[in-house]
Design a protein around this ligand. Sequence first.
Ligand SMILES: C[S@@+](CC[C@H](N)C(=O)[O-])C[C@H]1O[C@@H](n2cnc3c(N)ncnc32)[C@H](O)[C@@H]1O
Length: 347
Amino acid sequence: MTDGVHPATPHRRRPRYAGKYPRRFEDKYKERSPERYPDTVAKVLASGKTPAGTHRPIMVAEALEALRPQPGEVAVDCTIGYGGHAREILARIQPGGRLIGLDVDSVELPKTEARLRALGFGPEAFRAHRSNFAGLPKVLAAQQLPGADVILADLGVSSMQLDDPARGFTAKFDGPLDMRMNPQRGQPASALLQRLDAESLATLLTENADEPHAQRLAAALAGQRLATTRDLADAIRRALPRACRDEEREDSIRRVFQALRIAVNDELSALDALLRSLPACLNPGGRVAILAFHSGEDRRVKKAFEAGRRDGLYADISREVIRPTRAERYDNPRSTAAKLRWARKAM
Ligand SMILES: C[S@@+](CC[C@H](N)C(=O)[O-])C[C@H]1O[C@@H](n2cnc3c(N)ncnc32)[C@H](O)[C@@H]1O
């Protein structure tokens, strides 16, 4: 049988899991099909959680206020992720506008492209490119575009990446210690840990995550063979002083994971390259907004925008950092660390 919308699929038993609700990512098949199970997804959202396999866009109203996308404009979403921001920008640049969506994630990008196509955005309005945003000038040149009117970068990882144990981004789930946003390129975090000496690892933990126990943890972790996220989390717990409270241990685990992820994906070099290329990639009067999630990112954005303003490249920049509202932080705890800054290119 088919209901005319969903192709007929053979009857399958409900996956077995203990309790009323599934806990493992693989069992959350309803959340991962929001089109088929809107009621389940609505319940998960109402509980303040992100449905598995999706991403809730952060500070959408604030980003749109800064970017002011207009019909007919060219927009670039440097980090398209699930397409939440892209979808809103696309709606505002019609008729006649086009959006180029970049992402390094070879697993999620085709799904996002299909989702936006299903919303009616054809190739004349929207194109997806698997590209690092460090290569933005090349992407624009390949499209024969002199520049963009609107550029957005929502940095860091998506909830799809975080919540899928197979991607190995978090200690919350056991999985391979990978952390690559593009699993087809580079080396997983396990290989990086094995390769680094204690001094380089300590520097990385301090620079990428301000980890207070950097020296001690680096001495215990550098050169180790740690294959899974659980192996790493256990090794961190063992290495911390006995006097540490559970909360402090969990904070260190979160920071070590963040520091390694930034290094595995060379995130700060990519951000520096993007910030350098932005003035040349924006059309006169063009707007850029960047959402950062830790101090290392936000510091770079702030400095680059201030320098651009001093040099006359930007006509205006955000005076203060813009933070999510209390309501958004309550509704979506993953928005808590977000910091938005914007700049407008001179005419
Ligand atoms: C926070 S998510 C973006 C979510 C998106 N704004 C949405 O509404 O669904 C960040 C995305 O940026 C991608 N990403 C991170 N660094 C990147 C880079 N240097 N170049 C391109 N994409 C990158 C990640 O793969 C991830 O999909």
